[in-house]
Design a binder for this molecule. Structure first.
Ligand SMILES: *Cc1c(COP(=O)(O)O)cnc(C)c1O
Length: 395
């Protein structure tokens, strides 16, 4: 890399990566290099191959130059040394569990965690002799009081993917570090653009690339990023043993979307923030849980640590509306689709029964929560859609 290239911003370097293409051919795309068999020049090369090395090609399941182009960019975005790909965000979470935790270990999980992570933890607790406890995500440094001699892993999510509390990530990471406990954060919300947890002392950052990195609502993938050589090695070993890998065609779709991710994220952020402020003033809404608004627990931590919010936020409807009325409202929306996942161009809405989703912390609200994902439609049309659906269903 030339001096001027290395001084450029991360975003510019993602748009203009260093590529070693065939002489005489120039293109902006990363070639799709598929492989199951990777051909070795001789047997000495086979015998000296080390699966721990990211610099050696061994088998298509582990890496090809295409997947490696993606891991390099993802590591760069998160400010990490290493990145590893898994076939979904949830399999990245699973990879962390199986790399770090063994039977007899104890795991702490925030009570507002992404539900399938909770399901995974409960599975390990039920069938694999792991102890799993849930903590109040807003307890910050007091998490030190929960750490036991066998505590091995603390999960963090910032913000909680439905209820949006922003924890004090640095305080939790520092408490964990001083007790030699590994921390892993689900950083999908910020895409690694608006928050860089490795710089706050977190050991492993997890991304569901299914979301903003894909941007198309049509690819599933996940990734783990870390600066820790030993942890990266353990993640690779667990992934190898589970026999999971990713399609390089899917990698190429994400490589295609990655340069526009920051611009998309900022567009989602602008529209979502405008809608959140507008909803805050509506009589139907009692609370807006958008981390950039003061109603949201962890607003101060968000303002301190994050540079943006993206398209996701939740609202709590006034308790005079029944859950059935809120269901009718969500179904009356025309531009907000009903469906899981987010990060694409299309807006989504989903009601949640939060009280049934947690165990360790109190949920103070009685009205129904609806989570909105704000896509790339014109914000004024989204606003009109919500207003119309409210008039039709909430009177
Ligand atoms: C979507 C999501 C995941 C899982 O991603 P998949 O690719 O759908 O498995 C994990 N964490 C968060 C916060 C998510 O929103």
């Amino acid at each position: 890399m030339t001096d001027s290239a290395s001084s450029r911003a991360r975003q510019t370097r993602i748009v203009h990566p260093d590529l070693d293409l065939a002489p005489g051919f120039e293109s902006f795309s990363t070639p799709v290099m598929r492989a199951s068999t990777v051909v070795f020049p001789d047997l000495a090369a086979v015998r000296s191959a080390d699966w721990r090395s990211d610099a050696q090609w061994r088998y298509g399941l582990h890496a090809t130059p295409t997947s490696s182009a993606l891991t390099q960019r993802l590591a760069q975005i998160e400010g990490g040394k290493h990145a590893l790909l898994q076939p979904s965000g949830l399999s990245a979470i699973s990879n962390v569990y199986f790399a770090v935790v063994k039977s007899g270990d104890d795991v702490l999980i925030p009570d507002n965690v992404y539900s399938p992570n909770r399901e995974h933890g409960n599975w390990l607790a039920h069938d694999f002799g792991v102890s799993v406890r849930y903590y109040d995500p807003m307890m910050g440094k007091d998490i030190a009081d929960l750490i036991r001699p066998n505590t091995r892993l603390i999960w963090i999510e910032a913000p909680g993917s439905v209820t949006m509390e922003v924890p004090d990530v640095g305080a939790i990471a520092a408490a964990a570090r001083s007790h030699n406990v590994v921390t892993a954060i689900d950083n999908t919300y910020s895409a690694g653009l608006a928050f860089r947890p490795l710089e706050h002392g977190v050991d492993i950052s997890v991304q569901a690339l299914t979301k903003y990195q894909s941007g198309g609502s049509d690819v599933l993938m996940g990734a783990t990023m870390t600066n820790d050589d030993a942890l990266h090695s353990e993640l690779k070993r667990a992934r190898m043993r589970m026999g999971i890998g990713v399609s390089v065609d899917d990698c190429s779709l994400i490589l295609r979307s990655l340069p526009s991710m920051k611009a998309r994220f900022e567009a989602h952020d602008r529209s979502a923030l405008a809608l959140a402020h507008w909803l805050k003033a509506r009589p139907e809404i009692s609370v807006v849980l958008h981390p950039a608004l003061p109603d949201c627990p962890g607003h101060a931590e968000f303002m301190r640590d994050f540079s943006g919010a993206g398209g996701l936020f939740s609202v709590i409807f006034d308790e005079r509306y029944s859950p059935a009325q809120i269901d009718a409202f969500v179904e009356a929306l025309e531009l907000f689709a009903i469906g899981w996942s987010w990060g694409g161009a299309h807006s989504l809405a989903m009601p949640y029964d939060v009280a049934s989703m947690r165990s360790a912390s109190q949920w103070p609200h009685r009205g129904t929560l609806v989570r909105f994902y704000v896509g790339l439609e014109e914000e004024t049309d989204l606003r009109a859609d919500i207003e119309r659906a409210m008039t039709v269903t909430l009177g």
